[in-house]
Design a protein around this ligand. Structure first.
Ligand code: 5AD
Ligand code: SF4
Length: 435
């Protein structure tokens, strides 16, 4: 196989994969390869995969098939969580050229060179030293940027592959994060979303906690907005809750997955919080920041989930009044404890429960969106809209807002919301933005 000159990175799954995909692209560009948007024209295609549910995993194999249609033979690198979980198996099943796990992708250039020379190229090590130091600095950014501050998970929820694919909880050093944030702002970022599988577990030897990091980012001139995701209820410390009252740049949005509303199911999931302790955290967050938009994740059909358990999820949704949520049918994942549990919930029951849950979540989202009508708020412009003169940005509560404006992408504009749909808002510009 010849040495590739062009590459394309395709990321699936969570925001951390998006971040990893960007870092891999920067790394390959630094090696002199040029990026292309067209996967079918690239010499090297990096599939940055997700293993969280079975469907996500299967997508990899259909994508590999598609890339090879018409006799094309690009170099294929499988990265991400499927690479970590399946390793050699992918090479056997799909004959790909490179397999690289989420903690080893700084070695991608070497693996690509090995594959080009006909040598086996697989690296799923989880080395003690972090990959971040071996990556090139950040030089490019749109108005919004992701920044991984924490990786991995020690919580071992019984359904979840993350502790196996991403490894143990590790926090990046404070100074490295602040330096990366400054570089992103210098490169054009106005909003930074701090990422971690358990981002609010971020800490350092001084015990500064995620709120310490947020206060440090607050001092970066030119940075207008800070967000963070995803958080675990058990790591929701007082300082972080207070930061929502103290730091104006910290946006009023919290993604705090609960997964289920029944204590029996939460226990079987090994969530280590109860319905009540979760609701009490939300009360404290709302006391600190009354307008906060709350978001969560739900799983329906976990093994043993009865009708009564599911009703507990429905009543929790009604009690919280979420702004936006993600909900999934339980998917048994190889190697996780829940995959061995009794009480399989039939597919039709799961379907029906998911439909009912999503109807309730959609209604809750629409109600939240409608409640922003008439309110003035700031919108960070992210991209052009479909119609001429139109631009699309995000409200503080992470809603998409469409409006007519001459302001530039990356500007913050003051907008009055005049239209609210289930998935987006319409706004009218009120004051000309300061750049
Ligand atoms: N089946 C279905 N959903 C899952 N999630 C994690 N593991 C599974 C699984 N095995 C969901 C959880 C988590 C989100 C990222 O994906 O809701 O918060
Ligand atoms: Fe998975 Fe649970 Fe860890 Fe979240 S907290 S990543 S759901 S094991």
């Amino acid at each position: 196989m010849t040495t590739p000159k062009t590459f394309h990175v395709k990321s699936f799954g969570c925001q951390m994969n998006v971040y990893d995909g960007e870092r891999m692209a920067e790394l390959m560009a630094a090696q002199g390869l040029s990026a292309t948007d067209d996967a079918d024209a690239a010499d090297l295609v990096v599939l940055n995969t997700c293993h969280i549910r079975e469907k996500a995993t299967e997508k990899v194999y259909s994508d590999i098939g598609r890339l090879r249609k018409d006799g094309r033979k690009p170099m294929i690198a499988v990265a991400g969580c499927v690479a970590q979980a399946e390793g050699e198996e992918i090479v056997r099943r799909a004959k790909v050229d490179v397999v690289v796990g989420p903690q080893a992708y700084h070695n991608l250039p070497k693996l690509v060179a090995d594959a080009a020379a006909g040598r086996a190229a697989l690296d799923t090590d989880m080395p003690a030293a972090s990959k971040f130091g071996a990556l090139p600095g950040r030089r490019k950014s749109g108005p919004t940027a992701f920044l991984t501050v924490q990786e991995g998970c020690d919580k071992f929820c019984t359904y979840c592959v993350v502790p196996y694919t991403r490894g143990a909880e590790v926090s990046r050093p404070f100074d490295a994060i602040v330096a990366e944030a400054k570089a992103l702002v210098d490169a054009g970022a106005r909003e930074i979303t701090l990422l971690g599988q358990n981002v609010n577990a971020w800490d350092d030897a001084e015990g500064r906690g995620l709120h310490g990091l947020i206060h440090a980012l607050d001092r970066i001139e030119g940075l207008a907005r800070i967000r963070y995701t995803t958080s675990h209820p058990n790591d929701m410390r007082e300082g972080l809750i207070r930061a929502h009252a103290e730091v104006a740049k910290l946006m009023p949005y919290l993604h705090l997955p609960v997964q289920a509303g029944s204590d029996r199911i939460l226990k079987a999931m090994n969530r280590s919080h109860t319905r009540d302790s979760y609701l009490r955290i939300l009360d404290r967050v709302r006391a600190a920041r009354p307008d906060i938009a709350l978001s969560g994740d739900f799983i329906v059909g976990f093994p043993g989930e009865s009708d009564a358990d599911f009703e507990d999820t429905m009543s929790l949704v009604a009690a919280v009044g979420y702004a936006q949520c993600f909900s999934f049918k339980y998917s048994a994942r190889p190697g996780t404890p829940a995959a061995e549990m009794d009480g399989f919930v039939p597919a039709e029951v799961m379907d029906e429960r998911l439909q009912r849950l999503q109807a309730a979540l959609n209604a809750s989202q629409l109600a939240f969106n409608e409640a922003t009508m008439g309110k003035p708020c700031q919108v960070l412009l992210e991209r052009p809209g479909r119609k001429p003169g139109q631009k699309v940005g995000k409200s503080p509560w992470l809603q998409s807002v469409h409006l007519e404006t001459d302001a530039a992408i990356g500007d913050l504009v003051t907008v009055e919301i005049v239209q609210a749909g289930p998935n987006s808002l319409g706004g009218v510009e009120r004051v000309q933005a300061a750049a």
